[in-house]
Design a protein around this ligand. Structure first.
Ligand code: SF4
Length: 379
């Protein structure tokens, strides 16, 4: 980091209240912000947090903002899970066959998608070979299509069902064509919270174990955090710092995606709303995204503002608060929609470009690994 840049950052803090540690900026720039630093920042005016996050974003992403042309395939809503925030399970009672999943991947290729994102409920009768036949069925027909599939919870579930170890399971999946994994099911990496909102899900330590094993097996993942329910400010900070620690150890995260809790059509949301606690506010969402940029800088290069969760206009504004990516075009996103998200079906590339340009950034289409694509290497 140049001295000139450090001076610019220092400039942001001119109006900062007394009590901010003098050496905090050095730690932020070095990627070593502490929990205390985060707590101090959170007491500042939000516009200062946004400005700082935006400056840090600019050093990594310049004037560009990215999106990916992809298709979601949520192949079943049948699930033995008991997550109290879930509005997806049993919503429509459907289950696709492997053939139907492959057909949808074919549609994705024909529509110009570079990625399919495949996730489903946890079914008692799905074993490692069933998941592998989905991967192999798609990869053998569409080798150019990037398969982003199966959360750490699904990997944990298939390993448990098939009585195989996590590493062996990941190796089988990779052999069958798995390219990357979504880092969903992280929720908040605190067992206090997990016991209350998803008691049957893998523990924080097990999530970390699956993710780190995936990274070591050469399977990059995303990282997520579902916030805005019963977690404390400290638990949010701990979660983000845990993601940073993992990234420092493995380098396997492609992006971090904060996901605000959707309170509709699920027991947890109902309980919270009855107590007068509604969905997160827009300002809170922007602060979380900005803090993620600051605390993960420079280790996790990409912070995504999910247009499905934030809505198109707030996700556009998040580009001014530390975010450099708006996620994927999707088609058929069912999970957020069932929990009350107004968006989620599909946003065409042209609209992504419109939104990004409207924020003063240069839109860039990317692949799952954040390689920039031009017309020549689009599939
Ligand atoms: S969140 Fe996923 S694992 Fe939990 S109940 Fe819903 S579908 Fe099942």
């Amino acid at each position: 980091m140049s001295l000139q840049y450090a001076a610019l950052l220092t400039d942001i803090f001119n109006d900062v209240p007394a009590g901010m540690p003098d050496d905090m900026i050095d730690r932020l720039i070095a990627g070593e912000a502490t929990k205390k630093d985060a707590q101090v920042l959170l007491r500042c005016d939000p516009t200062l947090i946004f400005k700082l996050a935006d400056r840090l974003r600019a050093t990594l992403a310049g004037n560009t903002a990215t999106y990916v042309v992809n298709r979601n395939i949520n192949f079943s809503d049948q699930c033995i899970g008991t997550c109290r925030f879930c509005a997806f399970k049993g919503h429509e009672g459907f289950r696709m066959t492997t053939g139907e999943i492959i057909d949808r991947a074919g549609e994705a290729v024909r529509s110009g998608a570079t990625e399919v994102c495949i996730q489903g409920g946890l079914m008692e009768d799905m074993f490692i070979e069933d998941y592998c036949s989905i991967l192999d069925g798609i990869k053998s027909r569409f080798p150019q299509l990037h398969i982003h599939a199966f959360s750490p919870m699904e990997v944990f579930h298939m390993a448990r069902n098939s009585k195989t170890g996590i590493i062996e399971t990941l190796r089988e999946l990779k052999r069958a064509g798995l390219d990357t994994m979504p880092g969903t099911a992280a929720e908040i990496l605190s067992d206090r919270v997990r016991r209350k909102i998803c008691p049957d899900k893998l523990t924080a330590e097990q999530w970390t174990e699956v993710i780190m094993a995936a990274h070591r097996e050469g399977i990059p993942t995303t990282a997520t955090m579902m916030y805005g329910h019963i977690e404390t400010e400290e638990e949010r900070i701990d979660h983000i710092l845990k993601i940073r620690d993992i990234q420092v150890a493995t380098g396997g995260f492609t992006e971090f995606v904060p996901l605000p809790f959707m309170p509709y059509n699920n027991p947890l949301g109902k309980e919270l709303m009855a107590a007068g606690v509604y969905a997160t506010t827009g300002v809170e969402d922007l602060i979380v995204h900005a803090m993620a940029r600051i605390l993960l800088f420079p280790h996790v290069k990409n912070i995504q503002g999910s247009w499905v969760k934030l809505g198109k206009k707030l996700s556009q504004f998040s580009l001014l608060c530390g975010v450099n990516d708006l996620g994927g075009t999707l088609v058929e996103e069912r999970i957020s929609k069932s929990a009350g998200a107004a968006n989620g079906e599909y946003m065409p590339p042209e609209e992504f470009e419109w939104i990004i340009r409207g924020a003063g950034r240069e839109p860039v289409r990317r692949d799952t690994l954040y390689r920039h694509l031009d017309n020549k290497n689009l599939i």
